[in-house]
Design a protein around this ligand. Structure first.
Ligand code: FE2
Ligand code: FE2
Length: 203
């Protein structure tokens, strides 16, 4: 059975792959492709951090009864990585190869150490922590997810699943495009909590 640890480890591997690709393009001074390749890395890493910070860590903190300790360290390291990513983005816009490769080396080391701590300590702790825990908070969140799911369905119905009619103006089209992304993100968030995290927390 696939676990949350497997899922998060897989997304670590995906981010590593995107990062290596960007680093190779920077070594070749291929600025045209580096621009979008680096953006892919930034997007995936941002999504991964959000899943950890908004879903995984709060649940760990609830079980531990504290927001200090390991998750605080992980959040701090995310912040350090975000700062390095901002420096790398700047280097991409300036086409500054030595700046990019220098910051990339620092980020790579930080990312490897961070992912190792999550994969070897934090995720196994989540899988092995089988103390009985009160179900009330989970029930409340399930109810809230049901309500949010109904609202999402209403939006999908009202927008004909985000399909604008022929001749729709640009504002209309961009409104539907703008609504579609948060809708997908929220559905993923609900799926992760309902089907992966909550069952694990309830064991
Ligand atoms: Fe993390
Ligand atoms: Fe992670």
């Amino acid at each position: 059975m696939s676990t949350i640890s497997d899922y998060m480890t897989k997304t670590h591997a995906l981010c590593d792959e995107l990062f290596t690709n960007a680093e190779n393009l920077a070594t070749e001074s291929n600025w045209t492709e580096l621009n979008s390749a680096f953006q892919d890395f930034v997007t995936e890493t941002g999504k991964h951090f959000s899943k950890e910070e908004d879903i995984l860590f709060p649940n760990v903190e609830r079980v531990m009864g504290s927001s200090g300790g390991p998750t605080q360290v992980m959040r701090m390291e995310h912040q350090q990585m975000r700062e390095l990513i901002a420096l790398l983005s700047h280097a991409v816009t300036q086409k500054d190869q030595s700046e990019f490769l220098g910051e990339a080396e620092t980020l790579l080391v930080l990312m490897q150490q961070h992912n190792m701590k999550e994969e070897q300590i934090l995720f196994p702790w989540i899988l092995n922590n089988r103390e009985p825990r009160p179900m009330a908070p989970i029930q409340v969140m399930l109810m809230e997810h049901d309500r949010a799911g109904r609202h999402l369905k209403q939006i999908e119905d009202l927008t004909d699943n985000f399909q604008t009619p022929n001749g729709a103006c640009p504002t209309w089209r961009s409104l539907y495009a703008g609504l579609q992304n948060p809708n997908k993100e929220l559905r993923t968030h609900i799926h992760l909590e309902n089907n992966i995290l909550f069952p694990r927390a309830a064991q």
